[in-house]
Design a protein around this ligand. Sequence first.
Ligand SMILES: Cc1ncc(COP(=O)(O)O)c(C=O)c1O
Length: 427
Amino acid sequence: MAELDWVQNRVEPGRTDAEFPIDWVRAQFPALARAGSFVFLDNAAGAQVPQRVLDAVNDHLLERNVQRGGRYSRSVEVDRMVAGARATVATWLNAADASEICFGMNATSFIRLASLAIAQTIAPERAEIIVTDLDHDANIATWLALTAPGLSFAWWRMREDGRLHVEDLLPLLSEKTRLVACTAVAHSLGSLVDIPAVARAVHGVGAELFVDCVHYSPHAPIDVQAWDCDYLVCSGYKAFSPHMGFLWGKRERLRALPTFREDFIPDEPPFKIEAGTFIYENVAGMAAAVDYLESLGRHMGATGDKRAALIHAMEAIRAYEAELSRAMLAVLNDNGAIIYGVGDPGHVDRRVPTICFNFEGVDPAEVVKRMAAAGIGIRDGHMYAPRLMARLGLSMDSGCIRLSMVHYNRMEEIERFAAELRTILRS
Ligand SMILES: Cc1ncc(COP(=O)(O)O)c(C=O)c1O
């Protein structure tokens, strides 16, 4: 298998809007039309939602905005909706069982919940946790905050190319390693991490792998069974859904976690992981977002079951987004940007279209303000990644500029960004 083939990356050079149903896609997202000429290039901070997600949330609130567990039909329907959403998300992830999907508020609270539980199971002779300096701080600080007898930490550091290389993890792993926490793709630099290879290495020493899939989920197919990780966390609002989060874990791993639960909550996943009531309408929205992705697959001619249609859609998204990356990297290179991480348009297979950059002697905030005034939404700052900023030699105050595209962005928007950028840099 070639490097990063696991993201099912069929990136064919020259693929364009014409082959990807971009008009159909954009028509599914009413916020895009409402926004007029505004260009959404800050999608890593939260993506727009398709009409069917709005409908699902609305429908839930209108038809069954009641608590679960009652005997009347509305309440029974809530139970049914949650069960259906679990099955839908399980299909999206290729989970072995729907009970491995636990719903909640967001990714950070799940990383905190899982890490606190894991800390209680740490034996002094296997008490090392490995974190990276590429991750969002939600998947670093949460682990560093743990206390347990003998607990220590090691750092898997990215290389100068802005990527985490499995070869650098290998010497860190030993029979002392309890867990490795890493991202599937950097929410800042956009660089992919070879999760199946990481899982093989981690399991080779009897440790566990916790994957932050928050930034990866809108960009390419997920397959927790093929990846063979132990835990994985996602956040709905990054993946065309409203705000909510979910944790997936191998059933036996989740069963072994000592979590808080009231006496009346079954000591079984998913219930033992779901503290209190979560936002049912947003869970309905998450399931509808997955259904939207399935409908994209069908629109593009997918036959077969839901999983097959989802893979079809996510592969098409991956290929289309590679073209967006290629075009945007070319624009940035032409304008003399310092691109952090994979900046070569020939290596778009190593990244998603989330790009951090700066211009020599130019305040990132100034560029972002000017873009905002021109109706283009991008972001500047530390990207919630203090360790990464330190590695890049950037201050937490000014940081860098980030733009992040998803599959509803189009080439014309890159051209608009390019024209505005030229104006800003000339003045
Ligand atoms: C890669 C990554 N991990 C974790 C988080 C935190 O997610 P949440 O806001 O759902 O807690 C984010 C949010 O931006 C993220 O991008």
